[in-house]
Design a protein around this ligand. Sequence first.
Ligand SMILES: C[S@@+](CC[C@H](N)C(=O)[O-])C[C@H]1O[C@@H](n2cnc3c(N)ncnc32)[C@H](O)[C@@H]1O
Length: 248
Amino acid sequence: MPTVHELYELWAHESELRETLARSLGPRGLDSLYDTFAQLDPKPGDLLVDVGARDGKHARELAARFGVETVALDPVPQHPDVREGTAESLPFDDASVDWIWCRDVLVHADIPRALAEFARVLRPGGAAVVYVTLPTERLEPREAAELRQLCALTDYSADDVDAAARDAGLVEESVDRLGTEWRERMLEDNTWDARADLLELARAQRARETYVAEYGAAALDAARGGAVWGIYQILGKLCPTVYVWRKP
Ligand SMILES: C[S@@+](CC[C@H](N)C(=O)[O-])C[C@H]1O[C@@H](n2cnc3c(N)ncnc32)[C@H](O)[C@@H]1O
């Protein structure tokens, strides 16, 4: 750690380090999840279930890229292609599904029940590609508790996820801790407006009473949750992680 003296000397000059830090590290972007799936070698006609599909756009993209048959499920379907259903109760027979795609959903789910369902419906040799954002040691307990409320999260840790997969009988084929990569890429490509999120957070804090009176506490909390999510990811308090679990 620098002393005060060192600090102001260091800050007084342009440094090679700052120039280095301004250069991209070539972060992967959101499409890397499709690359992960491609490595599993899916075949046209295989059945893929997109669990927590929201508007089904990833299911449609998976069908277009890989020729797989897709069923998109969500408890709050936002497109006619998406059927109502939850991760904890999948409407499929045992061993009837080739692939599960579950992107950014388990944070809201009962993870042990959901992974037990994944294991039940997957055929032997089938696999689940799961993107889930995990809390890190940088996320302080009060931040974690508030985030759970703002974003309707269940109370889970990386260890809980590992234990749930083991208990379900799923075998971890890979775990890819993306960390800040996707967010770096979004900032580099200007596809994430972090400035807007930071301003929303500041205004939501400074004029909370006014906004609550006008829009209600739930709406304001949801807005804060959405804005803080990316900020916590880029600060390393949340770690987006991709698991591939295989049904033996
Ligand atoms: C952050 S969105 C992700 C949507 C989509 N998978 C994507 O990556 O764009 C989370 C989705 O999970 C759904 N969801 C919440 N609880 C769920 C549950 N228990 N089982 C399945 N989906 C759930 C929500 O309705 C929402 O559509």
